[in-house]
Design a protein around this ligand. Sequence first.
Ligand SMILES: [Zn+2]
Length: 191
Amino acid sequence: MRAIIFAVALTFGCNNQAPEKLSEQPDSEVRTVKSKTRKQLNQTPTEHLQTLKSRPIPELGSKTTLSDEDFQTLLTDEEFKILRKQGTERAFSGEYNDHKEAGTYHCRACNAPLYTSETKFDSRTGWPSFWDAIEGRVETRPDNSYGMTRTEIVCAHCDSHLGHVFDDGPEPTGLRHCANSLSLVFHPETP
Ligand SMILES: [Zn+2]
């Protein structure tokens, strides 16, 4: 049974989604749509993450007042697509998949603390996985997209998409919070 679950995890991944619908815009218009890269944010990747991490930590139980437009200004297109449009990063591509430092993983959109390194484990799925979230910081929602019955995990403060939670994780919870690295930003225990 575990082998089947593992095979399914590899096939469908964390929050696997069908290929994006091709744009219905005429070719000429498609070509003018450019992605906002980190370079266009005028920051190196390190500076960009530093900016996101230096924001105030949202209080437990509070809700963001930022709009999607605000998030679009703050995030790269890739981050925006995952956090605000329920996208999925490629398996084994994320910077936190094999990350083992001690510290806390915060929401990349709002900087709320979500997971600690103490609950991180190697799920071999290609996405950072945790057997529990920091209490009150993550919410779940049913997700029936793409013909699958899954449970989405979102940031409790800003509703940004993190990934999905499955019940094939290790003890003590038996849960596997499968998140996108691009949904998270790591705060080391000793900065
Ligand atoms: Zn958030």
